[in-house]
Design a binder for this molecule. Structure first.
Ligand SMILES: Cc1ncc(COP(=O)(O)O)c(C=O)c1O
Length: 375
């Protein structure tokens, strides 16, 4: 009664394990990346209005027109992009799955930055494809030309990119993106880019890889309402880009979940149309929390690598990170994640721990106070 061999090695996710540990021990959960406050009230109200306004049946397969238009408008207004098509999905997670299943044949290779968000490895495996990691190592977590070259073989089909990057908090520079774009063009790769943290950048700027020369026609851009707008429980995401790439994802999505979340799609449309000032305020608020947690980690004698974006900071804890995280709830009532779970190359992150700072200020202050007791 064993599962399919494709599933080998895909146990319970670390987030499920660590969140259960936090609940069991009453520890502060800085493991999983979800905010403990809601996003902007106007967005909630838009969803409520849709719920009360009879928007409660299946959405069209490509998504609710208001949200599809909002995504196209967002890509144009923020980045000057003109995607040919857009598909609304059950979070970015479904877009990633649908894209990989729709674009990869068994034996194809997917070049992916590691550490990587854990659904990438699972979806690559579901597609029968193989992952070829490009390792980002502390303290810079930078893309190197050598690592990229080493990952590229004639079987490479897709570059799966993520910037702003979970779990490192890196926002890739224009130079790094140019390096990756040049590889896509030279090897005729499709780029699938996960930009769910696009509006959570604290230093520098987010550059969508689709804006680089030669990339719009080979890039499927994925995002969602969860992270940037603090609605992770809604699971409304989307992908946009050239019509054939969106069509491949749509073909798969049609038989995964078809279409749903109709009222929440209306809410997500309102999120994408928020004034820029409000979007910047959300990021500014998170920046302050980043700084507070980094200061707390430093005061606790850990070595944080201050992230330019996302919800996460990594710290060097000066010992085996798996042991550190297993003992942390008992030692001081905090849960965090050993960053090595996001790497194939476990040695690249032996002493690194990922902490989430998308929590209320009082929760971060309490976590910092508890961590101070580690000494
Ligand atoms: C890089 C990255 N992509 C995608 C997701 C999931 O996005 P969604 O909740 O929209 O499915 C996450 C969530 O942690 C993430 O970190």
């Amino acid at each position: 009664m064993s599962p399919a061999s494709r599933l080998a090695g895909l146990g319970t996710t670390i987030f499920t394990e660590m969140t259960a540990l936090a609940v069991r021990t009453g520890a502060i959960n800085l493991g999983q990346g979800f905010p403990d406050t809601d996003g902007p009230p106007a967005v909630v109200e838009a969803a409520v209005a849709a719920l009360r306004g009879g928007e409660n049946q299946y959405a069209p397969l490509p998504g609710v027109p208001a949200l599809r238009e909002a995504v196209l408008e967002h890509q144009r207004d923020w980045y000057g992009l003109e995607p040919e098509d857009v598909l609304i999905t059950f979070g970015a997670t479904e877009a990633i799955a649908a894209a990989l299943l729709g674009l990869c044949d068994p034996g194809d290779e997917v070049v992916v930055l590691e550490p990587y968000y854990d659904s990438y490895a699972a979806c690559i495996a579901f597609a029968g494809a193989l992952r070829r990691p490009v390792t980002l190592g502390a303290p810079e977590f930078a893309v190197s030309a050598e690592a990229l070259d080493a990952a590229l073989t004639p079987r490479a089909r897709v570059l799966l990119l993520n910037s702003p990057h979970n779990p490192t908090g890196r926002v890739l520079s224009r130079e790094e993106l140019e390096l990756l774009a040049a590889a896509c063009v030279a090897h005729d790769l499709i780029c699938v880019t996960d930009e769910v943290y696009e509006h959570l950048v604290y230093d520098g700027e987010h550059i969508p890889i689709a804006t680089l020369p030669g990339m719009a026609e080979r890039t499927l851009t994925i995002s969602s309402v969860g992270k940037s707008f603090s609605f992770t429980g809604w699971k409304i995401g989307w992908c946009s880009g050239p019509a054939p790439l969106v069509a491949a994802a749509r073909m798969v999505k049609q038989y995964l979940t078809f279409a749903g979340g109709t009222p929440l799609q209306h809410g997500a449309a309102a999120a994408l149309r928020l004034p820029r000032g409000e979007v910047a305020a959300l990021a500014g608020d998170l920046r302050a929390r980043r700084d507070e947690l980094c200061a707390g980690l430093e005061a606790a004698g850990l070595r944080p690598f201050v992230p330019a974006g996302t919800y996460f900071v990594n710290a060097d804890v000066g010992m085996d990170a798996v042991e550190f995280c297993a003992a942390l709830p008992e030692r001081c009532g905090v849960v965090a994640i050993p960053t090595s779970v996001f790497y194939d190359d476990k040695d690249a992150a032996r002493a690194l721990v990922r902490f989430a700072f998308c929590k209320r200020r009082d929760v971060i202050a309490e976590a910092a106070a508890r961590l101070a007791g580690l000494g």
